[in-house]
Design a protein around this ligand. Structure first.
Ligand SMILES: [Cu+2]
Length: 134
């Protein structure tokens, strides 16, 4: 109700609510540098498990830019899965079933990696893929 009341100020020459709105919206677009930095340091690597429960990921070849990468693993199936990137300390997600795993952020150096599911025999069954970091 307070905001509705403010809207009624339109007739006044210097309506404070309008100025406040402008100030609120501007910062989201203005700092282009900050946005660029966020993109560079906030890269995301989306990985998903087969929705039908097969022991495989939806993609077997992924690429990422070197640096801080957030691993976002989604497992919509009713089979427990996780993601582990071979040879990268800490690059392993929680095992989830029918859910998204909490994001895991790792520092990736350029190179070729193998990501796989560490659950049971899933990797042997073919639940793995190649990750190229540039
Ligand atoms: Cu699995």
């Amino acid at each position: 109700m307070l905001f509705a009341a403010c809207g009624g100020d339109e007739e006044e020459p210097a309506a404070p609510p309008a100025a406040t709105e402008a100030a609120t919206e501007a910062p989201t677009e203005a700092p282009t540098e900050a946005a660029t930095e966020a993109a560079a340091g906030g890269a995301k690597l989306a990985i998903a498990a087969d929705p039908d429960g097969a022991k495989k990921f939806t993609e077997t070849e992924l690429t990422a830019d070197a640096g801080q990468v957030e691993i976002d693993f989604s497992n919509p199936s009713q089979v427990p899965h996780a993601v582990d990137i071979e040879g990268v300390d800490g690059a392993v997600t929680e095992t989830v079933t029918g859910a998204d795993a909490p994001p895991v952020t790792v520092d990736l150096k350029p190179g070729e990696y193998t990501f796989y599911c560490p659950v049971g025999d899933h990797r042997q069954a073919g639940m793995e893929g190649k990750l190229t970091v540039r």
